[in-house]
Design a protein around this ligand. Structure first.
Ligand code: FAD
Length: 545
């Protein structure tokens, strides 16, 4: 069913960009399921745990700004599925000071850096005054994994005498440095209707990338690459209709914020776009006004490196002759940081007989958003850690880990995906397969795996089940030494190794993103085959164990 603007949760600008990017039909099929007019309990609970919420609104001159509403966890309450109440006001000197009132449109983004969860809700202020703001939900959006840098926060006392506010129209050198080192910012935008009046509310959104992903072109101009997201195009859809835009950079270490407002211009396809790995578009911002607030946030954030977490083993499952899956939860019962499919878990293991803990990394083999981690480990006959895990780690054992890491992740969300693995290299692919099928989609996914035979083919049942339930998923299996039972059951497609023929037969559209994982000789063989098939290097992503 083709949705019209009248029945779709998306406005004309969003639909136009979805159309332009060729995802309108696909988004129409899942959009109504993930955009609601109320918040499920899980989302309401999420807001009540947060020490800050990102908010986008317009000032009395109709310019958008983004700010943070802050307080101790619990400062947000959700008395019912369509309301949020904030006990805590705007920051002193905030660009939006004196601009908000009953009826103001507000776009909210709840984000938990530690677990990399985020959640968006748009609506209106129904009441504001005396440190209390009551908000009514218009549209609530489901969670979506994103490029979020992990951080932990702690509360600090802020002294009003140390707070300061500066208003300018050009970035100082220090502000430019701040922007150049940012790996995160928030963006606010809104929609205007045919009468040029604000309508459809405001959106607040997160943008993340490697530090330096925002370029400062002049004291009044910034450029940043826009990576693939959830294909809703809420922000870009607003900007094609109303170029007014707001940016917020947070000084995580010192508790300051830099608020910018200006106009956005989108570069869809100039050669400059290709200069940014993974960018779908470039967005440039011409800055019109700046508010810098120092020492205002009652929060400080620190980098994730030092984060060591205790995990408790809750389940072991044999997957094949030499592979066992281990399922972990957080030892203290708290939530684990979420991960992106393809990332790995750095484990610190104290092996009996060793005086120091040893570190090994294992790809997460379950899908994100499960509240537990699964790794699937092949026992190396002489291996220190894999043998210890297999032979000596029982249910209830605790191990130390750092946060999931790695950039072997899916960034292009609109191209077909081909996952090719051999041996234990199957683990990140299974996670990606879960992520790719977590929402109904028409995006073609091909899963090719090479194993010795059915005794050495972990997670095969799980992969086949996903393929059975998802029409867009195709699976091809190559066994180098098939057993009689494998032949009888027709458990594989090709006797031998994955080769160009299998790839050509199974991959419907070669113009895809390729993910390869397995031993080095396999990786180089695959890279050669893909190059012969005309696949560009930039579309081939590789993980070597
Ligand atoms: C990003 C990433 C993701 C990974 N994901 C996974 C995963 O999902 N699943 C998985 O199983 N592994 C994975 N690995 C590999 C994993 O990190 C370990 O390298 C692997 O488990 C071997 O560790 P070990 O301590 O058991 O072996 P080590 O003690 O480090 O030994 C390494 C190798 O040397 C051999 N060896 C050691 N001593 C001898 C000896 N005296 N004589 C002969 N040979 C010897 C071992 O058999 C083993 O093959 C991943 C690695 C990376 C980098």
């Amino acid at each position: 069913v083709t949705q019209t603007a009248a029945t779709s949760p998306f406005h004309a600008g969003e639909l136009a960009v979805q159309e332009r990017m060729g995802v309108r039909q696909a988004v129409a099929s899942w959009g109504p399921k993930v955009v609601r007019t109320w918040m499920p309990d899980q989302h309401r609970d999420f807001y009540t745990r947060l020490p800050f919420v990102v908010a986008a609104a317009r000032d009395d001159r109709d310019r958008p700004w983004v700010t943070l509403l802050t307080g101790q966890p619990g400062f947000v309450q959700s008395p019912d599925p369509t309301s949020l109440v904030f006990h805590g006001g705007l920051l002193p000197g905030d660009a939006l000071e004196r601009s908000l009132g009953a009826g103001s449109a507000l776009g909210l983004l709840g984000i938990e850096f530690e677990t990399r969860r985020r959640n968006r809700v748009n609506g209106t202020i129904v009441e504001i005054g005396a440190g209390c703001l009551r908000f009514e939900v218009g549209q609530a959006f489901g969670n979506c994994p994103q490029y979020i840098t992990g951080r932990t926060w702690r509360a600090v006392e802020v002294s009003p005498t140390e707070a300061s506010a500066v208003r300018r129209t050009k970035l100082t050198a220090a502000m430019q440095d701040r922007i150049r080192s940012a790996d995160t910012f928030f963006i606010g935008s809104g929609h205007r209707n045919a009468e040029d009046a604000p309508s459809n509310g405001m959106d607040a959104s997160h943008r993340g990338g490697p530090a330096g992903f925002v370029r400062v072109e002049s004291p009044t101009r910034l450029v940043f690459p826009d990576y693939a997201g959830n294909n809703h195009f809420n922000t870009i859809g607003n900007l094609v209709i109303d170029s007014r835009v707001a940016l917020l950079f947070v000084d995580f270490e010192t508790g300051g914020v830099l608020q910018l407002t200006g106009r956005a211009d989108i570069d869809w396809d100039s050669p400059a776009v290709a200069g940014h790995a993974g960018a779908q578009r470039l967005v440039s911002i011409d800055i019109e006004a700046i508010v810098q607030l120092k020492n205002v946030l009652p929060l400080r954030f620190s980098e994730p490196e030092g984060l060591v977490r205790e995990l408790r083993l809750v389940e072991r499952r044999r997957e094949s002759a030499d592979v066992v899956s281990f399922y972990f939860v957080s030892r203290d019962g708290g939530e684990l940081p979420d991960f992106e499919a393809g990332q790995h878990l750095p484990l610190e293991v104290t092996v009996t007989g060793q005086d120091k803990p040893v570190t090994r990394t294992y790809s997460l083999s379950n899908g994100p958003g499960q509240r537990r981690y699964r790794i699937s480990v092949r026992r190396e006959p002489e291996g220190l850690v894999s043998r210890f895990l297999h032979d000596s780690v029982d249910i209830g054992t605790t191990l130390n880990s750092r946060s999931p890491a790695g950039d072997f992740i899916i960034r292009h969300h609109d191209r077909p995906v081909v996952l090719i693995s051999a041996g234990i290299g199957i683990t990140p692919m299974v996670s990606m397969l879960h992520e790719l099928t977590s929402q109904p989609s028409e995006r073609p996914v091909t899963f090719l795996h090479g194993a010795r035979n059915g005794r050495h083919h972990p997670l095969a049942g799980e992969v086949n089940m996903i393929a059975r339930d998802n029409d867009n998923v195709t699976v091809g299996v190559a066994y180098s030494q098939p057993l009689a039972g494998d032949v009888r059951r027709r458990d594989f497609d090709v006797a031998g190794r994955i080769d160009a023929r299998l790839i050509r037969e199974q991959v419907v559209d070669l113009d895809a993103e390729y993910f390869l994982c397995g031993p080095a000789p396999f990786l180089s063989a695959m890279a050669d085959i893909l190059s012969d098939l005309g696949v560009g290097d930039e579309h081939v992503h590789v993980e070597q164990f």
